[in-house]
Ligand binder design. Structure first.
Ligand code: NDP
Length: 313
């Protein structure tokens, strides 16, 4: 049987839940599907101190739970399931969940987020939330006067290193090549910052520490005459090797940029397909903050309402 839905929201981060709150209050009877990580990336952050409305900070879990409850309060139906295929060739749009539940949706709000890339070391799992982070803006504050390492040589790594250097005592930037890929202005800022030391041709072998990160094992100059292993004492390990937007399943229908971020029209969450919207990190390569994601979820729901009104729903 195919279920008919007015407003389908895919994803349960700040963008998805905020879209749900607005869509539910606008009587769009939204149905939201949580994906593999209900609550999204924020549930992996210990404490959120920059989301307005929480003067004493809030745990990522609590924040997402609050948003979920707020969405449910106005009647959003929240289901668990992964979108396994979509067909946006004509409205109502076909969406299949877990290869078995068939939906027909008049509007679709894609809020599937992005996932930070990790190196794939077992220690990243071992110390998750205990010194390993992929978001300096979220977690940097906890490293005031401490020593941290940032992995990556792009603009994100440089930005995060500079941000962390405003708090931490010392910041190592670990770069696998012998050059930074970041824009020249960011390179210069990093290279001349007194608290930042860039280690080129350096790979992370593993992390050490009792319960929390206390050190990092490195391999420098692999396969070169000066190859050597080294160890540094650090308190925090930040990944900044890029994000991967969770857009693969939509790429057949929607244009994305080179990295995979869904392209939207004129600063709105509208995509090139009428009635299909993209909100939050899946369409935002620039800000990637909980509050900006929430704002775009709001906009997407308002656009969905307008679209449905114009179609006479
Ligand atoms: P990038 O892809 O630009 O850089 C990723 C960095 O991580 C590279 O130095 C890369 O090394 C390194 N890296 C990737 N995989 C590994 C690995 N397995 N081990 C070690 N190092 C690894 O990603 P960013 O997130 O920095 O930037 C994405 C885009 O967003 C870019 O276009 C950037 O310019 C833009 N951006 C712009 C900003 C701004 O304008 N203010 C701020 C932040 C980002 P290698 O070079 O060897 O591949």
């Amino acid at each position: 049987m195919t279920e008919k839905i007015n407003c389908l929201i895919i994803g349960s981060g700040p963008a998805g839940y905020t879209a749900a709150i607005y869509a539910a209050r606008a009587n769009l009877a939204p149905v939201l599907y949580e994906g593999m990580l209900p609550g999204g990336q924020l549930t992996q952050t210990n404490e959120v101190e920059n989301f307005p409305g929480y003067p004493n900070g809030v745990s990522g879990m609590q924040l997402m739970d609050d948003l979920r409850q707020q969405a449910e309060r106005f009647g959003t139906v929240i289901n668990y399931g992964m979108v396994t295929s979509v067909d946006f060739s004509s409205a109502p749009y076909s969406v299949v969940i877990d290869e078995e539940t068939h939906l027909k949706a008049e509007t679709v709000i894609i809020a599937t987020g992005a996932s930070a890339k990790y190196l794939g070391l077992p220690d990243e799992q071992k110390y998750a939330g205990s010194g390993v982070s992929a978001c300096a803006t979220c977690d940097g504050f906890f490293y005031r006067n401490k020593i941290v390492a940032v992995v990556g040589g792009g603009d994100t790594a440089c930005e995060e290193a500079i941000f962390l250097a405003s708090l931490a005592k010392k910041v190592y930037v670990i770069v696998r090549k012998n050059y930074l890929r970041a824009s020249s202005i960011m390179q210069e800022r990093v290279m001349t910052h007194e608290k930042i030391e860039v280690l080129f041709e350096t790979e992370t072998l593993g992390l050490t520490g009792e319960k929390v990160v206390q050190g990092i094992d490195l391999l420098q100059h692999r396969s070169l005459p000066n190859e050597r292993k080294s160890h540094l004492e650090i308190d925090g390990f930040f990944l900044a090797i890029g994000h991967k937007p969770n857009s693969d399943i939509f790429k057949q229908w929607l244009e994305t940029d080179q990295i995979g971020y869904i392209k939207t029209i004129d600063d709105t969450p509208k995509t090139a397909i009428a009635g299909v919207f993209a909100a939050g990190d899946v369409a935002d390569n620039r800000y990637r903050q909980a509050i900006t994601a929430a704002a775009s979820g709001c906009k997407a729901a308002m656009e969905a309402e307008k679209y449905l009104n114009e179609k006479g729903f």
